[in-house]
Design a protein around this ligand. Structure first.
Ligand code: TRP
Length: 463
């Protein structure tokens, strides 16, 4: 399969897949989900989900991809179940939806890097004007999509893997650098406590559902991104241990991102955490002021580093999101890679325009939909995010159910044993067996229904 490309080794695969996983979800979304979900209580639930429910899905996706060497839709056909192709198509559509709005937020992050580099700390106070200035954001979003397209057009080892090998280590260094610095600031401990002391009383269905959605999104699961990356993985590699590294990497970066962020926030509020700006604004509204308080030189250095880091994290994720539809077109329509990249990048950018306009510019898209039982309308981008979240849960549920009962467990195990000596005798096999056949289908199916009812119809069954 030389024409499709391959990762050159295990490290290349892990970094690329971890690059897909680590993104805006970890650095932008995770900390404020933690904040909204009762601090460490959310972290505990999140960790349990990552290792018990998500890890088996991750392993299954990689196995299906590697077995078939195909894109998500082609993979089900290659296994001999042509009707299941629509599950792959659902995944590809989810990827297109996610990238359409993700690219807009990535554009914000990149634009903030440019503002910080110029010392424009006031941008935090002008965040809502900033995202309403659609022409400027459009330029950043086009630049971001262009960079993504360029990397994807260079192929698997020469583009995706190479970019991850440069960007991921840089990202880790930047996080650790800012983290170390943030610990030296006054009130750092207050921030850490706020982040880490659990308040189990705040746990409810919304928080549990939120933790699962966050875990799925963060690990890039449920839409076949890992089927696609798995299709470029050599038969010699150990899937289970690679998946474990990817999970640890992703969870670790999310955790460190919060650890780096909350001391900075506590410093800027003088230790008063009672009315910090939560939600999406935590990074885009609060942080510029924090960087300003570090003084002109250090503020510019740390501030621009931070938003550069956020852009790098986003870039390895947008690359994986674009690769999925591109691999589909290349495999199924025998298209040339460059042509496929250009077509998809343009389509997805255009699909992102409503998300771009829905942050204040267009009233219709800003107040797009009011759910049953909600008091205020939801904007288009948030709506798409929630729609994608449920597609991912549904996709994950169907992928494990397919593997256990349609493709059959024995075939899954056989693929996992390739490159994994002793797999058949290992406890991991038992664990995968139980989770893929019972735990994941049951819990994912149930939580999917609960999240849909809760999110779109305001029905909370548990409370
Ligand atoms: N995981 C990325 C993040 O946390 C986003 C992402 C990339 C993604 N590829 C994906 C999410 C595939 C779901 C499916 O930011």
């Amino acid at each position: 399969m030389a024409a499709r490309g391959n990762f050159s080794n295990r490290l290349g695969f892990i970094l690329a897949a971890a690059g897909s996983a680590v993104g805006l979800g970890n650095i932008w979304k995770f900390p404020f989900e933690v904040e909204a979900g009762g601090g460490a209580a959310f972290v505990v639930v999140y960790l349990i989900f990552c290792f018990t429910l998500c890890f088996p899905v991750l392993v299954t996706e990689i196995a299906i991809g590697r077995k078939t060497e195909k894109n998500p839709a082609g993979a089900f056909v290659a296994l001999g179940f042509p009707k299941w192709k629509y599950l792959g198509v659902l995944g590809i559509i989810s990827g297109i939806i996610i990238l359409s709005f993700y690219n807009v937020v990535a554009g914000w992050a990149f634009g903030y890097f440019i503002e910080m580099a110029q010392g424009n700390f006031d941008i935090g106070n002008q965040f809502s004007d900033y995202i309403t200035n659609i022409w400027r954001i459009a330029v950043y979003a086009i630049l971001f999509m262009g960079a993504t397209a360029l990397i994807v057009s260079k192929g698997v080892s020469g583009g995706i893997e190479k970019a991850a090998k440069i960007l991921m280590p840089t990202l880790i260094l930047m996080i650790l650098g800012i983290l170390a610095y943030s610990f030296t600031l006054p009130n750092a401990m207050t921030g850490i406590k706020y982040y880490l002391v659990p308040e189990f009383s705040e746990l409810n269905l919304r928080v549990v559902g939120g933790a699962l959605r966050q875990a799925f999104f963060s690990l890039s699961l449920g839409m076949g991104a890992l089927i696609t990356y798995g299709s470029y993985l050599s038969k010699k590699e150990n899937i289970v241990s690679s998946a474990a590294s990817i999970t640890l990497f992703d969870v670790g970066i999310a955790f460190f991102a919060g650890l780096m962020l909350f001391p900075l926030v506590a410093y800027s509020t003088g230790g008063d955490m009672s009315n910090i700006q939560g939600g999406a604004g935590l990074i885009f509204v609060t942080l510029p002021g924090v960087f300003e308080s570090l003084g002109p030189v250090l503020g510019i250095v740390i501030g621009s580093l931070f938003f550069l880091l956020l852009s790098f994290a986003a870039l390895t994720s947008t690359v994986s999101l674009l690769e999925v539809p591109v691999s589909y077109i290349v495999d199924e329509y025998k298209a040339n890679r460059n042509t496929a990249v250009i077509i998809m990048a343009v389509i997805i950018f255009v699909a992102g325009i409503p998300s771009l306009l829905g942050n204040g510019y267009s009233d219709m898209l800003t107040n797009f939909i009011t759910y049953v039982g909600a008091d205020s309308p939801t904007d288009f981008m948030t709506f798409l995010g929630q729609l994608a979240d449920i597609f991912l849960l549904l996709g994950g549920f169907l992928i494990v159910t397919f593997a256990a009962y349609v493709w059959k467990k024995a075939n899954l195990h056989e693929e996992l044993a390739q490159g994994h000596e002793g797999y058949h005798q290992s406890w991991v096999k038992t664990f995968i067996n139980i989770t893929v056949s019972y735990l994941c289908p049951a819990l994912l199916g149930m939580l999917f229904v609960l999240v849909v009812l809760n999110n779109f119809f305001g029905i909370d069954i548990i409370n």
